[in-house]
Write a protein that binds this ligand. Structure first.
Ligand SMILES: C[S@@+](CC[C@H](N)C(=O)[O-])C[C@H]1O[C@@H](n2cnc3c(N)ncnc32)[C@H](O)[C@@H]1O
Length: 406
């Protein structure tokens, strides 16, 4: 059966199944192989561990976006099929968008324009909105596509330059009913923009930005809203406080680091960016091996992020700088060549061990989405959750559509 999108009737059951799965397998997805040299599950599954640790970096990377397809020793396949089944999600019904003037795409980067069209093409509300509220709008490209010349548009954005650019673009395109307003959406006075006639939309509003919208929407009783969340870990809360009653009853306790797991899928980075990221990680892992040895403490030591120009320096200079930052004295004789090799070997191990965590990226994201959806449903909204574009357009391709029943 083809994957289908979820409706109100599915929310509770899917959330409970995901919750049980995530709680039962915490030891598989919580510890990060980058910071821990040995993971607790490796002792209980030595065959799987040894198999993963022997594979190359290229082999790991080839499977990064499809870890469930890996033909690894048991019980990997069992975890993979459960994860796949629990995270299954089909596309939302699509709808015709009113003829969008190609002129509107001017100044919009190609991938962003594709995302905007896909988002707009899946906003199938029963009642046509008359006043769109583009939440964290940037220049308001999405809002302009939705409002066209027929409906009102209010675009909220805190960066004054983007507000001014957005207003100028709306005027250039003849959208007289558009107002771009400078507003920090995390301030309480944002509530004045939410009312019985406004339909908020948020495309890729990070962490607290989209959860604030969902909570305010419930309070203000907006007729409908659509949110495509991203960056769940961009939150001021150090510990995740679930939004829904069902979420609050869960035994799952998530911190900011856990909330970063859904974002560890990288599909959009180009070749050069990937090479830089690999080199930087291999070097950090090399430094990690060194600092453990020198300190005589087998524990990860967080280090500050460095500008990419440091990658052009030899490993010895890179490590000397980090050592200085952490107050570690380097001995004169270090085999830098051997350390460089060891760093790359560690990176291959880390990426392969990450494939186990990779199985849980989407289930955890679904759990977080369902917690938001259940809050809306508890407030009388009919909620649909589904994809609005394929993952190669954006890995954050899930949209939550909510409309009041009445
Ligand atoms: C990832 S961008 C998304 C922009 C737009 N929705 C899109 O898809 O092109 C997030 C936007 O939120 C804005 N933003 C960040 N924090 C904000 C805040 N506290 N209040 C209002 N806007 C904010 C940023 O300036 C940025 O334009």
């Amino acid at each position: 059966m083809a994957d289908r999108y979820l409706t109100n009737e599915d929310l509770e059951a899917r959330f409970s199944a995901l919750d049980a799965f995530l709680v039962a397998h915490q030891s598989l997805w919580r510890p990060a192989p980058f910071t821990e040299r040995e993971l607790s599950w490796e002792r209980t599954h030595p065959k799987l561990s040894a198999w993963l640790r022997c594979r190359s970096l290229a082999e790991a990377d080839a499977q990064h976006t499809t870890p469930h397809e890996l033909n690894a020793p048991a019980p990997f396949g069992e975890w993979a099929s459960q994860a796949l089944q629990l995270a299954a999600l089909g596309p939302l019904p699509s709808q015709q968008i009113h003829a969008v003037s190609n002129r509107l795409s001017v100044d919009v980067p190609g991938r962003k324009w594709t995302q905007i069209q896909a988002f707009a093409g899946h906003l199938a509300f029963q009642h046509a909105p008359s006043h769109w509220l583009d939440w964290c709008a940037g220049k308001g490209h999405l809002g302009r596509v939705l409002a066209g010349k027929e409906s009102r548009l209010t675009a909220l954005e805190h960066d004054p330059q983007l507000v001014a650019d957005g207003q100028a673009l709306s005027e250039r395109h003849g959208l007289i009913e558009a107002s771009h307003i400078q507003q920090d959406v995390l301030q309480a006075d944002v509530l004045r923009h939410l009312g019985h006639d406004t339909t908020p939309v948020a495309l890729h509003a990070c962490g607290d930005l989209h959860t604030t919208l969902i909570q305010h929407a419930c309070t203000a009783n907006v007729p409908a809203l659509a949110v495509a969340p991203c960056c769940y870990n961009r939150t001021n809360a150090t510990v995740y406080v679930p939004f829904s009653q069902r979420g609050k009853a869960s035994a799952l306790q998530l911190d900011r680091k856990d909330l970063g797991l859904p974002m560890t899928e990288t599909v959009t980075a180009g070749q050069r960016v990937r090479q830089q990221r690999d080199q930087s990680m291999a070097r950090r892992l090399a430094f990690d091996l060194l600092q453990r040895r020198l300190r005589g403490v087998d524990a990860y030591l967080p280090t500050p992020s460095l500008d990419t120009c440091w990658l052009k320096q030899p490993l010895s200079a890179f490590c000397a700088h980090l050592a200085e930052c952490k107050g570690i004295e380097l001995p004169p004789q270090i085999d830098w060549q051997a350390l460089e090799t060891a760093g790359w070997e560690r990176l291959a191990e880390v990426r392969n061990l990450e494939l186990v965590r990779g199985l849980f990226r989407r289930p955890l994201e679904m759990w977080l989405l369902l917690d938001r959806a259940l809050l809306l449903s508890e407030h009388g909204y009919r909620v649909n959750i589904g994809t609005f574009c394929p993952p190669d357009v954006t890995p954050r391709n899930v949209m939550l559509l909510a409309e009041r029943d009445d």
